[in-house]
Write a protein that binds this ligand. Structure first.
Ligand SMILES: *Cc1c(COP(=O)(O)O)cnc(C)c1O
Length: 393
């Protein structure tokens, strides 16, 4: 693909190697340079286009599903999905292996919906056989919530396995595909998925401001009156959009305009396969370069997502995350702290308007940052490698 003029260096802005907000194309930012009236026909047409184009991305399932955008960040959509589709007397099996799974469980606490938490710790994947066992032992569970890519470690969770176990047990599947949809295939029909969520500022490469729920039409119809929340009621938002073409409350007009242009770029690039291929190549180039410097990834290759990668901090006493962060930022790259509880780590995102050339510069910057800090070896401490053995076990 031809990456449009890379935005960041020209303006002295650093690249965001973070999984959203991320580095967007200059033309995506330019698409926001006018104002739209929220009830005007022009903006209503934009909302319709947004919904239709997202549905087109799920292919054959589109006729049975509908798309409901919701104002706010991705977590608002997760909360809207849980509050709207889980009946008040329902019970959710939450599959957690990181911050976003735990946040979903916390959301259910707030909503007062019952749940069972399968907490796999910092990164171990929830497997299909475990899900099957839990569902067999607890007939009260009505829904399973899976995180597609758990962005806190970067692990790509085995959603097909989980979907198979859920379907076999006759329960409903909800997916948080926030950091995966648009770059990784997600076929809700094949997965028998009741609803999933994603947001504007991840793999579609828009700016933050809204997320969207894609749900089976019969699930949306059944959700009437179920939500605990006025603003996060998926059925009510859907009903108003169907009837008037409008969002119920002030829409993020500029974000929608930017997103439509981001969808143009997504399509021009070749859609989900091409976007996923670019991110995968970004990851491969970056991971190889970092390994050549002596860094080690938390995850074995099989579990590495093309979205974000966790590296162990080097054991060398001269290494500090803050020093590394500052040295990377000085060279034009914003990295992300790690979220592991047991050992120190940092993360590098592979998504956004970046290609392999940028990723090579990331590796160069990391090499120079180590030199700045007088770190002679990027090898992690023994405790990190011990931790990683758990994944192989
Ligand atoms: C980004 C993300 C969310 C939503 O986070 P917000 O900060 O509310 O946008 C939820 N789940 C996953 C897996 C994510 O990557």
């Amino acid at each position: 693909m031809t990456v449009p003029p890379l935005p960041a260096p020209e303006f002295g802005e650093p690249y965001l190697l973070t999984p959203g907000p991320l580095t967007t194309a200059y033309s995506v930012k330019q698409a926001m340079l006018r104002d739209w009236g929220s009830w005007d026909d022009d903006f209503r047409a934009m909302t319709r286009a947004l919904r239709n184009r997202l549905l087109a991305m799920i292919g054959d399932g589109a006729p049975d599903y509908d798309c409901v955008p919701i104002q706010g960040s991705g977590s608002y959509c997760v909360e809207a999905m849980l509050g709207s589709f889980v009946p008040r007397d329902g019970k959710v099996l939450v599959l957690a292996n990181g911050a976003y799974g735990l946040r979903a469980a916390q959301t259910l606490d707030y909503l007062g919906r019952a749940y069972e938490l399968l907490n796999k710790g910092d990164y171990l994947p929830p497997r299909g056989d475990e899900v099957a066992r839990i569902l067999a032992n607890d007939p009260a569970i009505t829904h399973v919530l899976a995180i597609h890519c758990e962005t806190s470690s970067g692990i790509l969770n085995p959603v097909e396995e989980i979907a198979g176990a859920t379907q076999n047990a006759g329960r409903k599947l909800l997916i948080d595909s926030m950091s995966a949809f648009g770059a990784l295939p997600l076929d809700p029909v094949a997965l028998n998925c009741a609803a999933f969520v994603s947001s504007a500022n991840k793999c579609i490469e828009g700016v933050p401001g809204f997320g969207f729920v894609i749900a089976r039409k019969d699930e949306i119809a059944n959700a009437k009156g179920n939500s605990h929340s006025l603003a996060l009621d998926v059925h009510a938002q859907w009903a108003t959009m169907e009837k008037t073409g409008q969002w119920r409350f002030t829409p993020p007009t500029h974000t929608v305009a930017a997103f439509l242009h981001a969808l143009d770029l997504h399509e021009a690039e070749g859609g989900v396969p091409a976007r996923g291929a670019r991110y995968t190549h970004n990851r491969d180039v970056m991971v190889q370069g970092m390994r050549d410097l002596g860094f080690e990834t938390l995850l074995a290759d099989r579990w590495l997502s093309p979205i974000i990668v966790t590296f162990f901090c080097p054991a060398d006493p001269n290494f500090t995350f803050q020093g590394f962060y500052d040295a990377m930022k000085g060279r034009g790259f914003i990295i992300y702290p790690g979220k592991l509880t047991v050992v120190d780590s940092f993360r590098i995102g592979c998504i956004g308007q970046m290609d392999e050339h940028v990723m090579r510069r990331v590796v160069d910057a990391a090499r120079e940052a180590l030199q700045d800090m007088n770190v002679s070896s990027a090898a992690p401490p023994a405790a990190a490698l011990e931790e990683r053995k758990k994944l192989a076990a």
